[in-house]
Design a protein around this ligand. Structure first.
Ligand code: FE2
Length: 446
């Protein structure tokens, strides 16, 4: 009897001690969907580039605060499960912050963990997993490192996802994955979400892509919607989730405010230069010129959120046409990938002879696209006016959700836009003479 009484007292004490914790826990999760709530199990797993794509790869994931000694494991994939015996364990860097820094998020402290896998073999299929090193692991996930030299490859590009992401962007990224499952990387050209710091939207973005984010390597680009105030009294800042959740290259020569929003990736002689068209534009011009001047890549691609040739009414990115386009012309940039205008437009700069006649060669090809549900109207007159900048529109579209697949092989770059139905909408093939830099364009123009 005495022992029963003692057990009852102990149980009561345990209840009393744990109750405030449980109550606090519940409060933090009030109103959240289960897929927004961090746990001991890794979620929001995403691959990014950080260093040479042939020998390195970064992975970032999220847990609750109970996981601090996080790790990742990696091994060369094998046809059976024995590859795990050769797995190498790498300790993660952990970053903690309170989602409540933004007034409309629940106050909820989360841990983001990241690892940069280094010293990998080029053109090798690896399996990796992330976790706590004990009971809480992700599944094993495949990715392939880049080849050390120029070789055929394929990548995906999305315009803005931004609105009602889980409802209406899921079928776009999933159809893109069905169309180009082996894509080497994926460019998200800004406005991934609508409210920069709102964790509910990032949760949707990660849920929409699911395991695809952990298997494809992302090149995320900031848009204007990745910046906002965290409260009325605070200045406009980059999404509080951006740097913790994407482990991106840091360009040391740039203002720290631009870090992880302006960077460059060289994938098998395809150079992708990412610019931040939402902030500190002047400071990026010198960076852009240095990158282009020193580039030996066979293909040079620029991506930034705002359209250099905006198709939508009332939009005008004059700065880019005044300060960046001359550099793109001078250094023979092949392709520019934009978003922001919630329409579709592809055009190019015809090369003209000294008498003003077109030579048949082309300069840069420019694309604006949209992957999410928000749609604007094309302003035809505005697009015609870009003729003064030498621009010629080749194809335009409205009221359609798109994704694009871009393939390079030998001396051709094949660009294909697909609707969310998986149907081909637009195709353009650039053929390039790598000796002279001269390019011709074969396309279905409007
Ligand atoms: Fe935008």
């Amino acid at each position: 009897m005495r022992s029963c009484y003692l057990a009852f007292c102990v149980a009561l004490l345990v209840c009393f001690l744990t109750f405030p914790v449980v109550a606090q826990h519940t409060h933090d999760h009030d109103g959240l969907h289960h897929w927004e709530i961090p746990s001991k199990d890794p979620d929001r797993i995403i691959l990014t580039f950080n260093g040479d794509p042939a020998t390195t790869r970064a992975v970032t994931w999220r847990t609750d605060t109970s996981i601090s000694g996080a790790v990742a494991q990696i091994a060369e994939a094998t046809e059976n499960s024995k590859f795990t015996e050769n797995a190498i364990t790498v300790n993660a860097t952990t970053e903690e912050f309170d989602l409540g820094l933004y007034k409309d998020n629940n106050s909820l402290i989360v841990h983001y963990h990241s690892v940069v896998f280094e010293g990998l073999k080029p053109d090798m299929l690896y399996a990796y997993r992330v976790g706590d090193g004990d009971e809480h692991w992700s599944e094993w996930i495949h990715f392939r490192t880049a080849k050390a030299e120029y070789a055929p490859t394929q990548f995906v590009y999305f315009g803005d996802a931004q609105n009602d992401i889980l409802n209406h962007w899921s079928r776009v990224i999933r159809m893109a994955y069905q169309t180009a499952p082996d894509a080497s990387f994926v460019v998200h050209a800004g406005d991934l979400v609508n409210y920069a710091h709102r964790d509910y939207e990032w949760a949707q973005w990660f849920k929409a892509g699911g395991f695809i984010h952990s298997q494809w390597t992302a090149i995320p680009v900031v848009g204007n919607h990745e910046f906002m105030r965290t409260s009325q009294l605070r200045p406009r800042t980059l999404s509080i989730q951006w740097r913790p959740q994407f482990t991106l290259p840091v360009e040391q020569g740039l203002d720290p405010k631009l870090h992880e929003t302006v960077y460059s990736v060289n994938y098998q002689d395809i150079q992708v230069i990412v610019l931040n068209s939402a902030d500190q534009l002047e400071e990026q011009t010198e960076y852009l010129e240095n990158q282009l001047k020193n580039s030996t890549a066979k293909w040079k691609i620029i991506t930034c959120h705002h359209s250099v040739f905006s198709p939508a009414k009332g939009r005008n990115f004059q700065f880019a046409r005044d300060h960046w386009k001359p550099l793109l012309d001078k250094y023979g940039v092949d392709l520019v990938l934009n978003g922001h205008d919630h329409t579709y437009a592809r055009g190019h700069i015809p090369v003209r002879n000294t008498d003003g006649e077109t030579s048949g060669d082309i300069g840069t090809m420019y694309v604006t696209s949209v992957s999410g549900p928000k749609q604007y109207r094309i302003d035809d007159e505005q697009m015609k006016a870009y003729a003064t900048d030498g621009y010629q529109r080749d194809k335009a579209g409205e009221q359609t959700q798109f994704f694009q697949v871009i393939s390079v092989e030998d001396n051709t770059l094949t660009y294909v836009a697909y609707t969310v139905l998986g149907e081909e909408y637009d195709r353009a093939v650039i053929t390039k003479n790598f000796e002279t830099g001269k390019k011709t364009l074969l396309q279905d123009a409007e």
